[in-house]
Design a protein around this ligand. Sequence first.
Ligand SMILES: [Zn+2]
Length: 348
Amino acid sequence: MISLLARSLPTIGKFSFAAMIGMGLIAGDTLAQQATPSPGSAKAVFGAVTLPTQGAPQSIGFYAKGCLAGAVALPADGPTWQAMRLSRNRRWGRPEMIGLLERLSRDAARNDGWPGLLVGDISQPRGGPMANGHASHQIGLDADVWLTPMPRRKMTADEREALPFTTMLAKDKFLTINEKVWTPAHARLLMRAASYPEVERIFVNPAIKKKMCETWTGDRANLGKLRPEYGHDSHFHIRIRCPAGSVGCTPQAPVAAGDGCDKPLAWWFGPEPWAKPKPSTKPPVKPREVMVSDLPKACQAVVASPSVASARAATLDAKAADATAETDALPVSGPVSGDTPPGQIPQQ
Ligand SMILES: [Zn+2]
């Protein structure tokens, strides 16, 4: 998720905000306390739909303003993944996104010492804005993956609701990786995800990006895809590009060339991202809720379209996906140094 929470917490100082990040409070579940969306708002309408539309997959609009037709679901369980927080019904995406997650889970298990993926939110059955947790994830091309390896046993649905997030950050230091939880396998997983051409961006906490910049000794060509963002310390967020021929999907500008380990990363370790907003003399304006009519016009038809017969009917067949990708496993990535001490970031 990409949280704008930082800007909505004007009274929180840098210290406590950093501590919140350390505690993982900016991650996926945090925004659940937001006000209930009004009836008729895009959040309420898209949040109430339980099944996707029939027909061909279509991503309509932009990652943070759009909707999704013809979605398919990631199976709740696969040989190398388990979907989390099943009650949210956010396992839906473009077939390209679901296929990518299955492929990543398999490649990482085979080559990177990562036993399997815990998959968080992808999109709602018809995409659109969510009542809590995300600004993007609206067109089936974004997915959150936990930075916790999959346990060997199959978790119950209740366990998948309750398992707490584990932050990669040290609790008592500003934007610093906790060496007790971070492993070289985390680094290999991230670079594996970045290796696929359809993956354009991966959002991670600035401390994770810094750690990768300092320790990744393999090919750095895809390091620039790792983008520092608020939160993202217990999960990472994979964004794939608009699939070829998808009319109506608005692409995002490509990432700048280079590994992104220089100035833009340094900015996150300065005061600016964590500064309190300047007090305004004007009374605060409550932003207007996004209505369905604010989304691309085709999203109104997506809301009204008939549903598939059942969730099961629209769940991507894991076995078929396994068979098609069997031949194109990626080579093992380069070694990662896991014991480089983290740079000392002064607390301020
Ligand atoms: Zn996300």
